[in-house]
Write a protein that binds this ligand. Structure first.
Ligand code: URA
Length: 232
């Protein structure tokens, strides 16, 4: 088969494949797809893609911008200096890191720690969408401007910059899912700035309060359905 018809069949097959990525596949398949992704040019310079980690039964997802150098080396999110600060602030607010799922808008490191481009963000979106569909979080915490802007645009809401939006709770519908979104600062911004560190700490107190209002557990109650979903 040649020409237009073959191209159309190819395009349909690839659409079906990406449709499946965003709706049906399991966590393990999704993470493998991310590790082997070549959708944008970042795959050429990365050492490891960084899918995300944490509890797949959490009601909470934390979303950063993109992996930095240490994350690229280890294949894990938020394990460098900013990640260490984030982990300490979470623990002292009573939101243990391993009780939530942590990921980034873009799964591969942009060279020289530049911001990810709009194209990179949009090509990588399929993975964040799949993570949100699998996790179905009730709370979404965005870290920094890029993650806040991305989630607000998915929720059809206007984003007017991190300093105006942070520290408040917004209700929105994202991919058909009702969730509260709490934008806060990126921990890298708070690393050498005690005032921003205080704001980040106070935002995590707010986040803890919202999570407490879910009834005590950050994890989704175990049901047979949830258990079986994790196995597939
Ligand atoms: N900054 C991010 O946005 N994400 C990471 O995983 C690490 C640093």
């Amino acid at each position: 088969m040649r020409g237009k018809k073959a191209n159309l069949l190819c395009a349909n097959a690839s659409l079906r494949r990406w449709g499946a990525v965003s709706s049906f596949i399991s966590w393990d398949e999704l993470e493998n797809a991310i590790r082997n992704c070549r959708r944008c040019s970042l795959h050429r310079s990365r050492r490891n893609a960084v899918p995300g980690e944490g509890s797949r039964e959490s009601q909470v997802i934390l979303i950063g911008e993109a992996p930095g150098s240490t994350e690229d080396e280890m294949g894990r999110p938020f394990v460098g200096a900013a990640g260490k600060l984030l982990t300490v602030i979470m623990e002292s607010a009573g939101v243990p890191r391993w009780n939530v799922y942590i990921t980034n808008v873009v799964k591969c490191r942009p060279p020289n720690n530049r911001e990810p481009s709009d194209d990179e963000i949009s090509l990588c979106s399929v993975y964040l969408e799949a993570q949100l569909r699998l996790l179905k979080p009730r709370a979404i915490v965005t870290l920094g401007n890029i993650a806040g802007r991305k989630i607000f645009s998915m929720g059809g809401m206007e984003w007017s910059g991190i300093s105006r939006m942070r520290g408040r709770v917004y209700k929105m519908n994202i991919l058909g899912l009702e969730a509260v979104v709490i934008p806060t600062l990126h921990p890298a911004a708070a690393l050498y700035n005690p005032q921003l560190k205080k704001l980040l700490e106070s935002d995590f107190e707010l986040i803890k309060g919202v999570l407490d209002s879910f009834g005590g557990s950050i994890s989704r109650p175990k049901t047979l359905f949830n258990y079986m979903k994790q196995q597939h």
